[in-house]
Write a protein that binds this ligand. Structure first.
Ligand code: SAM
Length: 214
């Protein structure tokens, strides 16, 4: 199967499901998702489904990546923090839509693999750090947008603190199995608004301000 045809079909499906931001649609068309999964799974890479990436973790479903990215309303110059690099795919999509991406992954082998793929695609505006992302990345804060790609028990206050005035954060919040996407908006006056969006299922956000490991 021609993977570029499969990618076009995937993107058409995203539009059918309600993705409207043309920049997000173009980014999903541009980034080769098959490079972020094991070669043996390349043929499945353009199905609208999450896939295993090793270490009991997953690359998120394309629709979820597109929806969460769209909710950030990026215009091109933003500094974006992503927690949960995983395969690096979401970071790659963000890197084509924003100025700088700061992404944190707690599992070293995944982070190293992601770094390789991102470098191979010459996405030089992605900074990757290995560690507990629930602390954010205080040295680089504030961020115009924060995207958490693992399920949290609640919205960590330290991440709200690291959001710039006018900034947006998208984070799945719920129990260990089911969550809801939450959009947190910080006003220019520092006020905080929270909107609940679609239901979702993510692996757990494990760390100081997330779930405990066991
Ligand atoms: N965004 C990823 C992608 O595009 O492939 C998918 C992320 S996967 C659903 C969730 C990731 O979050 C896993 O790789 C997991 O190890 C990572 N994770 C969980 N807790 C974390 C934490 N406290 N800090 C950083 N990464 C974390």
């Amino acid at each position: 199967m021609d993977l570029s045809v499969a990618r076009k079909r995937m993107v058409a499906q995203l539009v059918k499901r309600g993705i409207t931001d043309q920049r997000v649609i173009d980014a999903m068309q541009q980034i080769p998702r098959h490079l972020f999964v094991e070669e043996a799974m390349a043929a499945q890479a353009y199905s609208d489904t999450p896939l295993p990436i090793g270490e009991k973790q997953t690359i998120s479903q394309p629709y979820t990546v597109a929806l969460m990215t769209q909710m950030l309303q990026l215009t091109g110059k933003e500094r974006v923090l992503e927690l949960g690099t995983g395969s690096g795919y979401q970071a790659a999509v963000l890197a084509t839509l924003a100025g700088w991406v700061y992404t944190v992954e707690r599992i070293r082998p995944l982070a190293l693999k992601a770094r390789k793929v991102l470098d191979g695609l010459r996405l030089l505006n992605v900074n990757l750090r290995i560690g507990d992302g629930t602390d954010g990345w205080p040295e680089e804060a504030p961020f115009d947008a924060i995207l958490v790609t693992a399920g949290a028990p609640s919205v960590p206050d330290c991440l709200i603190d690291q959001l710039a005035p006018g900034g947006r954060m998208v984070i799945p919040v719920g129990d260990k199995v089911d969550q809801q996407l939450v959009l947190v908006k910080k006003g220019h006056d520092g006020s905080i608004e929270r909107e609940d969006s679609e239901g979702c299922r993510f692996v757990r956000l494990i760390g100081r301000h997330g779930w405990s490991e066991h």
